[in-house]
Design a protein around this ligand. Structure first.
Ligand SMILES: [Zn+2]
Length: 313
């Protein structure tokens, strides 16, 4: 009876395919709000700048989506950042780290967890460093750190404002001390902006954690904003802290709203107001910079006149 079994084995998959009900609804048409769990039509959430249509909470987005909704007419230019080693320690746990990087690169079409782009916000040209937490936790290693400094240098060279959107679990464990070195390095990047009087804005999007919170998030002369009161900003996670101190944590602990009350966040700017408010702030800061430069010139003119008067007297 082997011939009957063979024929049945060949025919069965074809019969299964014939009678299988094919879904006429494409996948990923719907999504859930991470905050209120409302099921939302994906097209509606995209039109709402990737904010929930029910509770208006901003949802996590990828860097290119961020650039599209931030810059004029959704136009931006990605800037290639220095290519360095993605696995300097040849790390391997369950799978080699090289393989994880390779897979993430393919999935997100980006080399590392951060993208840098330039574009205009209501006509004001800016350079933006934007992170992707879905790319291996958005962890900061050699390339992400170098890209940060690269973006700062770009802002200095082109004399344009710098904006960063952190979204990260912190420094990359697989890069060990190399990852920790990125923390002071990024501060030097911000110092370059400070020395030239170039505005630097940090806009937190959930989550911001670990080494980024401990370094450039609160770097020199930066404005610290968050796109929602619920944006998570922390160094260590709540469970670690709770176990360490053995006490319950206050309500809203490690949210941007709580940190705003305590003075650790300057302002909450909802994603829908980013273009308007960033433009207003940058316009004021850039005008101040021009006025300051003019005042310096005026003051030097007065000094020249007074020194001439002294000579003639
Ligand atoms: Zn919602």
């Amino acid at each position: 009876m082997n011939w009957i079994t063979d024929i049945a084995a060949k025919i069965k998959p074809k019969l299964d395919n014939l009678f299988k009900k094919k879904s006429i609804v494409p996948e990923n048409l719907w999504t859930n709000c991470a905050s209120c769990s409302t099921v939302i039509y994906r097209e509606d959430i995209e039109k709402n700048l990737y904010c929930c249509t029910n509770c208006q909470e901003p949802q996590q987005i990828l860097p290119r989506q961020r650039f599209e909704i931030l810059f004029d007419e959704g136009k931006f230019e990605e800037i290639e950042t220095p290519k360095l080693s993605s696995d300097p320690l040849n790390w391997s746990d369950i799978t080699p780290y090289k393989d994880k990087v390779k897979s993430a690169r393919k999935k997100f079409n980006q080399r590392h967890a951060a993208l840098v782009a330039t574009g205009s916000i209501k006509g004001l040209k800016s350079v933006v460093y934007c992170m992707n937490q879905k790319f291996l936790g958005g962890s900061v290693g050699i390339e992400e750190g170098e890209a940060f400094v690269f973006a700062c240098k770009y802002a200095v060279e082109h004399n344009i404002p710098f904006i960063a959107f952190p979204q990260t679990g912190g420094q990359k464990m697989q890069h060990s001390a190399y990852a920790l070195m990125q923390m002071p390095k990024s501060i030097i990047g911000l110092q370059m902006l400070e020395e030239k009087g170039i505005p630097a804005i940090i806009m937190a999007s959930s989550p911001v954690a670990g080494g980024v919170t401990a370094s450039w998030f609160y770097g020199p002369s930066v404005f610290v904003f968050a796109e929602s009161e619920l944006t998570k900003i922390m160094f260590a996670g709540p469970n670690v802290i709770k176990r360490t101190i053995g006490e319950d944590l206050p309500e809203g602990f490690q949210t941007a709203g709580y940190l705003l009350e305590k003075g650790f966040v300057d302002r909450i700017i909802h994603r829908k107001n980013h273009r308007e408010e960033l433009y207003n702030l940058l316009s004021i800061l850039l005008n101040l910079k021009i006025e300051k430069a003019e005042n310096i010139i005026d003051a030097s003119d007065e000094n020249t006149v007074s020194s001439q008067q002294t000579i003639s007297a």
